[in-house]
Design a protein around this ligand. Sequence first.
Ligand code: 5GP
Ligand code: MN
Length: 337
Amino acid sequence: MQGIEEVKSVLATPKNILITSHRNPDGDAIGSSLAMARWLENKGHRVMVAFPSEYPATYQWMPGINGVEIFDVDSSALDDFSQHIEVSVILDYNSLSRIDKMSKYIENDRLYTILIDHHLYPDPIGDFILSDTTASSTCELVYRFIEGFDQKPLGDTDIAACLYTGILTDTGSFQYSTSPALFRTVATLQELGIDTSLIHDRIFNTLNEKNLRLLGHCFVNRMEVLDEYKTGIIFLNKHDYQVYDIQRGDTEGIVNYLLKLENVKLAIFIRQQPTIIKISFRSKGDFSVEEIAKNYFNGGGHRNASGGFTKSSLSATLDQIKTILPRYKEQLNKSIL
Ligand code: 5GP
Ligand code: MN
């Protein structure tokens, strides 16, 4: 692994290390951050993990999660720790815009920066960069990093549980982005004694009644299927947020249901949040949603899973999407599943 010797020399003595991941952290962002934190702490470093915004409650069981700082909630511990940071670890994002104001803590030439990520078009940030856009997840890459660094298999079950979480969630429970190498990694994680069924249950089978009713509402009242464009759209407005008491994480995964429709290749999920409209895109096969997210909605991500936002109104956003879709009509109709 190129540059790993330099990382080894930096980490040869105890350091103050800040680990950051992106806004609205998902299983991969959280899993990779907590795994890295535990691994660095085991080596005697002083570590803080910080996310710009809160994480979904489904990850509350994860080892080490209670020590995470949330910038939006309270930045005081971060303000203090930032005086002493020597190493910055950037996980599951590759552009400082993904952490908004929190970038002030790590935009500092004095810091040794390690970036590990699998998103497309990485910005050239980091003294050590492990960026592989073909990897399933940042957790898969963190495993590769740890193995390359230690030159022996991982030996910690908590780290294994964290890494498995990110792999599980970023592959849609092993539906996509899998590879023989990934399954070998997963085999090693399972050999460490993690309970894969329990992890699956904790993440995917913890809905409350309200969540399931919201799902019903989405399908019955807020879903549009545009056969001509092989596209499904679900939107939620401000009123829905109140009626269904939608909290962070409650809308997680809703976009994927649209892909259950045989004829849908493009899934779009639009949420009217207090100050912005947030949009999630998913696709099947070779149709890339990354381009739409990047070109029209200030976003990005991966070929089959991207996100973005706009400051327009909800109705203007729906209209905009309907003007964009004809440009992709041919591609959507010919793309292979
Ligand atoms: P989600 O739709 O689950 O929020 O995000 C799907 C993917 O798109 C994730 O990999 C996420 O990192 C990326 N993504 C979501 N929102 C944004 C955004 O506003 N900007 C960029 N660059 N990527 C995003
Ligand atoms: Mn990821």
